[in-house]
Structure formats: structure tokens, C-alpha cells
Design a binder for this molecule. Structure first.
Ligand SMILES: Cc1cc2nc3c(=O)[nH]c(=O)nc-3n(C[C@H](O)[C@H](O)[C@H](O)COP(=O)(O)OP(=O)(O)OC[C@H]3O[C@@H](n4cnc5c(N)ncnc54)[C@H](O)[C@@H]3O)c2cc1C
Ligand code: FES
Length: 236
């Protein structure tokens, strides 16, 4: 399906905010993602997965420029057409507990839509976001931690969750190291948690098996069975 780029501005270090026109009938659940076809230079690129940060009047995506595809993506201008498939994935299941959202780096993106959804249902949530440095931060809400101390509390965002107990449910997304540290904290503190995982993806809908991960229930596909998993399932 093709849609129109409405905005593609830099909002933080190597981080861009892409807004797309919402095609008629488009529906999504917080936590789902799109596969974008980035072919402006006619490179034979596979589609690339990006979380839907939010859908309101536009489909919003935040992306970090890291390689060939995202370097081409940042050159898209307002009015350009872009091809996508999706939304794919399972989205976040709602839990009847005190809710905490914990994101690291570009992993904050899918939690923005979850926060927006929870607010719309008058469900209170507490947000904790971590970045390497002030210049990487692209959100204007939540409690912030930065590794270099240039914004918010100095240290890892995981440290901000030390006071949680088993009355909380955490939704988390971020780099592997952060997620592993959160899993250890969850074991220690007794809170429940769903984590949204990243993996290399070719198809996005369960066919290529490129995104398989090992779980206590056997191999699962991040694109189809996830990207959100209960943390106790994952074999790291
Ligand atoms: C479900 C899902 C949701 C995602 N949501 C977002 C999002 O909202 N915003 C965003 O910026 N990114 C997101 N990503 C990651 C994004 O898909 C990759 O950053 C992107 O595909 C990189 O494409 P590229 O062509 O620029 O890099 P490539 O040229 O393909 O890769 C460049 C280098 O980066 C490494 N790399 C590629 N992908 C990743 C990755 N996911 N993590 C770490 N290293 C990687 C490669 O191994 C290579 O060394 C998501 C990934 C998944 C699976
Ligand atoms: S990306 Fe193809 S099976 Fe998941």
C-alpha cells in the first residue's frame, strides 16, 4: 500500500520523525509495526520494520539513522510516496495492574502510542525513558535518565525502576542490554513485564523465519508471535 509522507524532520541526534497520511480504513494497536519499502534510489532493499509510535491524524514513526535503509529514508520529503505493509505484530496486552512504561533510546517509540492509548482510556501510567545523552532525547514527557547525566537522572533508566513491586506491570522496549537488566530486576522485585523485541526481519508476517527467537515454548517469530512477549518466556 502506498501513502504520502507529510513530514520527515530531524528531532534529535540521528533521529527523525516521520509522519504519513493515514490510508482509509487503517487500524492499529499500540505495539504493532509497519514494514517500509525504502526504494527511492532503486536499491534492492528488503523492507525495514518500524514501530508505529502513534496514529492520530497521521501515522507517526520515530527512527534512528543507522545504515543504508534509514540513510535513504531520511531523504524522503513532504509529498513523496512511500510503500508499506502492515500493521504487523501482536501489540501490547492490557493488564489490570499499576502500569509503568520503560523505554530506552529509539525503543521509546512504540511506548508513545501505548501512553496515548492509555490516556484516552483514562488509565494512569508512569513513564521512564533512558537515553545516552540529552541530544538523543526526543520525548517531552516522562522521567528521564541519561547515561552521561546531561538530562534527568544520571545513569540507566533501569535504576529508576528500583522501587517497583509486584503491584506493577511494566511494558518495556529498548536495547538488548537494557531489557536483560530489566528482566533481572523484574525477577528480583516481582513485577510482571512485557518486552517488545527487535530482530532482523525480511517478510514481517511469519513466512521467512528470519526473525525466530528461542523461548521456553520453543522457537517463535518476533514478527508474528511478538514483538511483545512476556519476559519470562524469553531464552536470551
Ligand atoms: C519490530 C521492530 C520495530 C522497530 N521499530 C523501530 C523504530 O520505531 N525506530 C527505529 O529507528 N528502528 C526500529 N527498528 C529497527 C529498524 O528496523 C532498523 O534500525 C532498520 O531496519 C535498520 O535499517 P538500515 O537499512 O538503516 O540498516 P542496515 O543497513 O540494515 O544495518 C546497519 C547496521 O545496523 C545493524 N542493525 C540493523 N537493524 C538493527 C536493529 N534492529 N538493532 C540493532 N542493530 C541493527 C545491522 O546489523 C548493521 O550492522 C525496529 C525493528 C523491529 C524488528
Ligand atoms: S520476518 Fe519473516 S518470519 Fe518474521
Amino acid at each position: 500500500m502506498k501513502t504520502i509522507v507529510l513530514n520527515n524532520d530531524q528531532v534529535a541526534k540521528d533521529t527523525y520523525y516521520l509522519q504519513l497520511q493515514v490510508p482509509e480504513g487503517f487500524k492499529y494497536e499500540p505495539g504493532q509495526f509497519l514494514m517500509l519499502k525504502i526504494n527511492k534510489l532503486n536499491e534492492p532493499l528488503l523492507r525495514r520494520p518500524f514501530s508505529i509510535a502513534k496514529v492520530d491524524e497521521t501515522i507517526d514513526i520515530y527512527y534512528k539513522v543507522i545504515g543504508l535503509g534509514t540513510n535513504i529514508l531520511k531523504s524522503y520529503k513532504k509529498g513523496d510516496l512511500i510503500d508499506f505493509t502492515g500493521p504487523f505484530g501482536n501489540g501490547f496486552d492490557l493488564r489490570n495492574k499499576r502500569i509503568v512504561l520503560c523505554g530506552g533510546g529509539i525503543g521509546v517509540a512504540p511506548l508513545i502510542g501505548l501512553k496515548y492509548f492509555l490516556d484516552s482510556k483514562n488509565i494512569t501510567s508512569h513513564c521512564f525513558f533512558g537515553f545516552n545523552s540529552k541530544e538523543d532525547c526526543f520525548v517531552d514527557f516522562g522521567e528521564i535518565a541519561t547515561l552521561d547525566g546531561s538530562l534527568g537522572k544520571k545513569g540507566s533508566v533501569v535504576d529508576l525502576l528500583e522501587d517497583l513491586d509486584n503491584s506493577f506491570h511494566v511494558y518495556a522496549c529498548g536495547p538488548k542490554g537494557m531489557l536483560k537488566a530489566l528482566c533481572e530486576l523484574a525477577d528480583r522485585k516481582g513485577f510482571s513485564m512485557d518486552i517488545s523485541l527487535e530482530s532482523n526481519m525480511a517478510c514481517g508476517f511469519g513466512v521467512c523465519l528470519g526473525c525466530s527467537i528461542n523461548t521456553i515454548n520453543g522457537y517463535k517469530q518476533v514478527c508474528k508471535d511478538g514483538p511483545a512477549f512476556n519476559y519470562t518466556e524469553i531464552i536470551w
